[in-house]
Each structure stands twice: as C-alpha cells, then as structure tokens.
Design a protein around this ligand. Structure first.
Ligand code: GCU
Length: 678
C-alpha cells in the first residue's frame, strides 16, 4: 500500500520510456570521491535515487570518465581539475549543477564550496529527475537567501505534541539515546532535501528537564543522526530552569549566580553537542516565566543567554509572541509595544522571532507590524505549518499562498519594496544573521503529517526558506510531481485545488478580516459565541465585537489605533475604510451591517457570499479530486476523498454556525439566491 511515508522522496522508475532512455544514456557512471560523513549520505542518496529512477544499477567509478561528477574542489581532484572555483557560489550551502564537455564527452557536475552544498546540489539534481526535467545545458547556481532554516517542534517530553495533529512525537525519549530508528534518518533526509538545516526538538512551553544531563545525552544522539545531513539541533530553554534544575532561588537575568548557571549549563551542552545551535525562548507569554518576573526586559533576558552561547557560536531566538490580559490594550499591539523600544539593545547573536501576524496564526492576518520596525535587530519569521486554526490535519490547506502573501507584503520601512522577505533575509537592514522558523506539522503518523496534502506545507516551507522568491504555484507543481504524478492534467488539477485551498478556508471560517472566532481551547470548529474564557482576549466576542449595529474591530485612530504601528504608507491604507483591502476590512474597521462595500453589496450580503463561496470551493475540490482517480495511487486517493468529505461537512458547519450567530445581531435575511442555513 502507498502510505505516503516516502514523502516527496519517491524514487520509482520513470514511466516515460523516451526520457528514461535519455537519462540512462546521460548517466552511465558516477564519480564521487569525498568521504566525509556528509559526502557518504549524499552518495547513498544519489545511488538510491538514480538506481530507483532509472531502474538499474549505475556504477561508481574512480576516473574522470564518469558522466556524473560530484564533489568540492577539496574533496575531488576531478572537480578541482575541471571547474574554476570562482564559478562556485561563495556562500555556505550554495551549489552549482552544470553540464559541460570534458575530454570530448558530455558530463554533468554537481559541485559546491563545502560538503553541505554538495548535499543540497545532489537533492536538487534528484528533484530535476523526479520532475522529469531534461538534463541539458544545465547551469544552476543556487545560494540560500536565509542562513538558518529551522523547524520548531512543539513536542513535549511525554510524547504528546502541542497543536500536533499527526500522531505523537517522533522523539521516543524513553528509548533515546540507545535507540535511533531509521525514521530519524528519513526525517533528516526529508529536511535536507528542501534545505532545512536546523530543528528545535522541544515545545516552546517547555520543561527544564530537557536541559538536564540525561536529556542532553538523548539530544546528542539525535544530533548525531542529523549532523551528516547538515542539521543542527536547538532546544527551547525554560527561563526559570536555574530555579527548577539549578537549585537557585531566582532566575533574574542580572543576578551573577543566574548568569553563571547559564554559562556553565551552556558549556555542558556543548560538551555533549559540539555544534549545538542555540536556544529558542518563549518568555512572559501565556504564563511562561521570563525576565519581566524580575522587573527586567526581553533584552536583559535574551542577552544573558546570548553571552553564554557566544563563545560557541550559538544563537538565541527570542520570541515576540507575547500578550497578557493584564495589559488593557488591544492584544494585537502588545508585541510591538514591548519590542520596538528594545531595538538595538540585543546582543549580536540574538534574533527576535516574530509570528507572521500579530494575533496568532489565524487563517489570514495582515503582516506583523514588527517586520521592518526593528532595523538594528535581526528579526526572523515564525510560520505555523501545523494547522492549528486551519482545520488541523483534516482540512486540505496548502499554505504556500499564505506564506507568500506575508513574505511579499510591503512594510514600506525604507520606502516601497521593503518587503517582509527582504527584512528577514537581512537585505533591507544589512544583517548577516538571518533565520526563519516553521512550527512543524510532523508526527508519528505513517505519512508524517496526517493529511497527505499537509506534507506540501513542510516541503514548501523549506523551499521558501531557501528562496522566498519562489512562487507558491511553482512549488505546488514541484511538490505534486514529486509526490503524486508527472501527468500534466493531474498536476494542473491538483495545483488548482491547492492554490485555492487556503482562500476557501478563510471564506468558510473567517472572511473579510474576521479572526479568532474558533471554538475555545482546542481551536477546532466555529465558536464566534465564545464570550467567557476566563479572560477577554481568549474569547471570540473580543475580536469580532458584533452587535445589532455592526461588526469588526476598530483598530484605526478612533479605536485601538493598532494601524499606527505600521509605517505611514501602510497605516494610511489599512486605516482608511475606502482603501483597506477587503480581506482585512473587519480586522481594522467596524462596519455597519447595512453599509455598502466597494463591491456594491452591503456588509451583511458580502459576508454571506464569502461563507457560501468557501463551501462552494470545497465542492469544486471534491469534483476535481474525483477526476484524479486512476491518475494517482488508490490508497492516497481514497484517503483524500474521505478527508474532503469531512471538510465539506465542516465547511458547512462553519458557514451555518457563523451566519446564524451573526444573523442574531444583523437580523437580516440571506440575500436572494442563498439557501437558508440548515
Ligand atoms: C498559540 C497556541 C499555543 C502555543 C502558542 C505559542 O497560542 O495555541 O498552544 O503555545 O501559540 O506560540 O506560544
């Protein structure tokens, strides 16, 4: 049965006979001289891929007669002889794939300045073959735009995963360090294949135990598996660890004993894991301890850890996801209020990790106002791959379009063209330290991510971290051809489903800028009526503010004035009801039910249209998917068919629940042509 376990690394024999023959004539033998651990895994991969795709054994040879030559000028005398090393990308991880004539023969060369680059080049080359791309006149030179491309696992030590919908944690802590199943290697292969080079193993709501020696040994065992694949491990650090596992009375970052404790702890970590990446910290948010408990600020806390890590080259990723119901202001404003003034106060090895939007991974949020607002600080993106607010692993949601919407957003920090992508790739403010994080959607499920299509979000995150300029459509196509089929009609049909899938969800859950109206705690299904959650900012009514007159959160100057946190060009647009993109309307404005929108419809009618449109889009996805029967394997076809059916029912559930609830305020009928909610 096809379980989806192989992800996009499927090396089945190429079906197109002509292409198969062509490839076979082009790749008769391989020369790959290097012997480092990274070279060895790259060799293993290329052999597995080529033998699988060509359906026959291709030999490794030690001479320059080989048709595929792989290595760096240091690891390979042949590469050294045939390549001008000035042609190689200078930056770490970059690679060059080139067709060339040598000794009268056509050859293909995969080269880089370091072994990691070679590994990425190998995976790229494999991808070309998987996607049936002709191997002629190749001249592909790539360098990643962002240096640290990191997954954040919200995995707990007891095997559960916070907001995880794909089984339990991959990390079997109780069997580590002794047992490291093949699955860990496959995890590393999948990451390396898309350029991911770091992983935070444990939840941001963390337990100080993860920093004790027994757990460091377990972490070291994982690091050992991942190392050849160019993947560093990081840990979430609990700010109060000096108290919990260090026996100190305080975790005050300015206390000399506390500082020393972290220096010693960090030294110990590097003894076990010499290439440890650093710490991720959630502090003073949702009840987590932090420097503010001692009257200090985020910079005080981050800098203390940064000092401890600096001698080893480690980094601190300090999260800006902070909010507190004790702060009476609009929750959307809090991160900016706390961090903006700290710009320039952080040590050079600190990054501030910012979620894509100011609330919390909603189906749609305008970009976070902190992007571009801290020019003196390296800031990084935090995307959520796990679909906490997008139907878990049940609904089909391709997030490539969402990631791109945010990356392409213009902050206007330094005038037009100051995109979020430029901010996080260090281009806008000239930062060398750059990073991006994706909250992982990976678990112990056979297919890793629960929904077969959820794998696309892991894939696309890695590819966009490598190059934020890739388009969502191009990456969808790539992923489909690697994961499902090279059939052109199938690719275009599936691509259409994927490209519209996130908008469908926005429409049936939170259209027109609505947000945070899901059910309480578990966040699955509608809950616009939630009005008592122990604190206002965990209710829904706080965010939509519907009453008999209208709906929406006034974040303009006459309201919370959150718009003022954006640069003027953006603030003017978002703050003006006539200019704000309709998709953000109710995020920034309070509108009367009967107000006419630019579309000519009233707000109420427009809302109804969007909710219905969302359900209709799921109808079309289902119809398209039916036509894929026979074009892809039966197992995954069946799974997706079933999941789409659930999604369809739940889209109606969202639509009807939200419309009936909002109708109790608007008291307006559905516009003509719309059926009554069931
Ligand atoms: C969301 C999520 C929490 C998570 C938090 C975070 O609020 O629901 O489970 O801990 O984000 O990112 O810290």
């Amino acid at each position: 049965a096809e379980t989806g376990y192989r992800l996009w690394l499927r090396y089945d024999k190429i079906e197109n006979q002509a292409l198969l023959e062509k490839y076979s004539s082009q790749i008769k033998s391989i020369n790959f001289e290097g012997n480092s651990a990274t070279n060895l895994v790259a060799k293993k991969e290329i052999l597995m891929a080529i033998n699988g795709l060509l359906g026959k054994q291709v030999p490794f040879v030690s001479t320059n007669s080989a048709s595929l030559i792989i290595g760096t000028p240091q690891s390979s005398s042949i590469i050294k002889a045939i390549i001008n090393s000035d042609d190689l990308p200078k930056t770490a991880d970059g690679f060059l794939i080139k067709s060339l004539a040598f000794n009268g023969e056509q050859k293909i060369m995969i080269s880089a300045t370091n072994d990691k680059g070679v590994l990425y080049g190998v995976f790229h080359f494999i991808r070309l073959m998987q996607a049936n791309i002709p191997l002629v006149s190749l001249n592909i030179s790539e360098t990643p735009a962002i240096k640290n491309r990191i997954l954040n696992h919200w995995d707990n030590l007891d095997g559960t995963v916070e907001r995880g919908y794909a089984g339990s944690s991959l990390w079997e802590w109780h069997k580590l360090p002794g047992f490291t199943p093949t699955r860990y290697t496959d995890y590393a292969r999948a990451n390396a294949s898309v350029g991911i080079n770091g992983t935070v193993l444990n939840n941001v709501n963390t337990n100080a135990l993860s920093l004790t020696v027994p757990y460091l040994l377990k972490t070291a065992a994982l690091a050992k598996v991942f190392r050849p694949y160019g993947i560093k491990v990081y840990l979430s650090a609990r700010f109060s660890a000096p108290i919990e596992i260090g026996g100190l009375k305080t975790a005050d970052p300015l206390d000399p004993q506390v500082k020393q404790w972290w220096i010693d702890k960090t030294k110990e970590i590097y003894q076990y894991i010499p290439d440890f990446g650093g710490f991720l910290v959630k502090a003073n948010s949702e009840g987590q301890p932090g420097p503010q408990n001692y009257g200090r600020n985020h910079a005080d806390g981050a800098n203390m850890l940064a000092d401890a890590l600096a001698p080893y080259g480690g980094i601190v990723m300090w999260r800006a996801f902070v909010y507190d119901d004790k702060v009476p202001d609009d929750r959307a404003k809090q991160a900016y209020s706390e961090f903006k003034t700290l710009d320039g106060k952080f040590k050079p090895n600190v990054l501030v990790q910012i979620k894509n939007g100011a609330i919390d991974f909603q189906p749609r949020e305008p970009f976070h106002p902190l992007f571009g607002a801290m020019p003196a600080t390296p800031v990084m993106m935090e995307f959520q791959l796990t679909q906490e607010y997008l139907g878990f692993s049940t609904h089909l949601a391709y997030l490539g379009t969402m990631f791109k919407e945010v990356l392409a957003a213009d902050t206007y920090a330094k005038g037009e063209g100051s995109t979020v992508a430029k901010v996080i790739s260090g281009k806008l403010d000239n930062h060398q330290l750059t990073a991006i994080a994706g909250v992982a959607n990976i678990g112990s499920d056979l297919n890793w991510c629960g929904h077969p299509f959820a794998q696309a979000n892991w894939y696309t995150f890695g590819r966009l971290a490598w190059n934020p300029e890739f388009s969502a459509g191009q990456l969808a196509e790539e992923w489909i051809s690697l994961t499902f089929t090279n059939d052109k009609t199938a690719i275009s049909g599936i691509k259409k489903m994927m490209m519209g899938s996130r908008e469908a969800i926005v429409n049936y859950m939170t259209p027109l800028g609505l947000h945070h109206i899901m059910a309480q705690n578990h966040h699955y299904g509608p809950g616009p009526w939630v009005n008592d959650a122990g604190r206002d900012d965990w209710t829904s009514v706080y965010y939509h503010k519907a009453d008999n007159v209208g709906i929406g959160f006034n974040r303009t100057a006459t309201g919370s004035n959150a718009v003022a946190q954006y640069f003027p060009a953006v603030a003017d647009q978002f703050g003006d009801v006539k200019q704000v993109p309709q998709k953000y309307l109710l995020w920034f404005h309070r509108i009367k039910w009967t107000d006419k929108l630019s579309s000519g419809s009233t707000l109420w009618d427009e809302l109804v249209k969007h909710y219905y449109e969302g359900v209709k889009s799921v109808d079309s996805m289902q119809l398209t998917w039916v036509t894929m029967k026979g074009k892809i394997d039966e197992d995954r076809h069946q799974e997706v068919t079933q999941l789409l059916k659930i999604q369809h029912e739940e889209a109606k559930w969202w639509r009807d629940a939200c419309l009936l609830y909002f109708q109790s305020f608007s008291k307006l009928p559905l516009p003509a042509g719309y059926e009554k909610p069931e």
